[in-house]
Design a protein around this ligand. Sequence first.
Ligand code: SF4
Ligand code: SF4
Length: 414
Amino acid sequence: MQVNIAPEFQNDEDIGTVKSIINKCVHCGFCTATCPTYQVLGDELDGPRGRIYLMKEMVEGAPVTAKTQSHLDRCLTCRNCESTCPSGVRYGRLVDIGRRYVDERVSRPLFQRIQHWLIRETLSRRALFGGLFGLARFVRPVMPTALKKKIQVVQPAGVWPVNASRQPNARQMLLHLGCVQPALMPNVDAATARVFDKLGIHLVTTSEAGCCGAIRQHLNDHSGAHAQIKANIDAWWPYVAQGVDTIVINASGCGVMIKDYAELLANDPVYAEKAKRIASMAKDLSEILPAYAPALEALVTAKHADGVPERVTYHPPCTLQHGQKIRGAVEGLLSQLGVTVSLCSESHLCCGSAGTYSMLQPAMSQTLLDRKLGNLLKTSPDEIVSGNVGCINHLQSGTETPVRHWVELIDRMI
Ligand code: SF4
Ligand code: SF4
């Protein structure tokens, strides 16, 4: 589509990106068929093609209203439309910038502003979130059932391994800890460390690195997100200087963000090159562990077979399958290790978690959760596994069937 940029947008640093993305869209509408919000609401403006059209009109100078804002707010940023698009339209980047443009022109009601502030300032700070979550767990027994479901029982982390760190020539990799996962699911990081330790790899962590920046970026606090990105780069850089070449990520929502650091800081005179290097080092677990499949196979022991469920169903997070375009790796690895793993129907659709979406759009989030769980439970799994803290927590809030990270399953098997 041709787009004629209005004068008020001409000097914006991202307008070139917006123009080139909109130019690629041929308005064919293939993407609407796989858009969850379009499937539920049936409104063209709640599908990717309609939203792209709204953003095109905005940058051409059409009035921007609260209606435009709500159509963009209802988007999950699941990027399913990117997987379907035959023209390679980078919708996720476009809507990220488009939301900033809208928020700069349409003031939100006071309640929404307070809600966004609270989410931004609590979820993205690891220590503060950990304290608040601990408090919430303490009062959980007297909470209403609906709220109780969101505050789930925490699986204890178990021991943090030290064998690899004692080997003088052990390979080192950085482990990204993030913000909410250490409190919600401490066993995911510990299980990751144990699996890598058995492979002779020492995972290094630094408390100086925190939230990847995704929460602030998606809530239109782009400068706050950039500050967090720079803090992470500064925290990791001494290890990069020592020769560490991989950042292990076990939450695909963080992975997709860290891989975007290069683009987000491309115009920063101090950090652009470092951001490029960090982005190239970021690897999801599913990009690393398949290479170690033979070693893991050798480690799978019969004595742990009791802890391995007979039927496992894998839910691929959108941030992995659509955001990072990684498909098939987890199922392939688990199968190779002898796990009977399947996907449910509509496995390409979002579960409704989508970062902060479940808090900001609870009705749509619940509709998508019910649909997803309906499909998952039809496969009669003993256990559901996934690869992102948000999806795992959201899915577990609606079912008694255990929902865990797939690396926890491998940890139990070895
Ligand atoms: S599938 Fe791609 S090209 Fe077609 S309307 Fe959607 S975004 Fe545009
Ligand atoms: S990101 Fe997801 S919800 Fe948003 S338009 Fe694309 S497919 Fe629809």
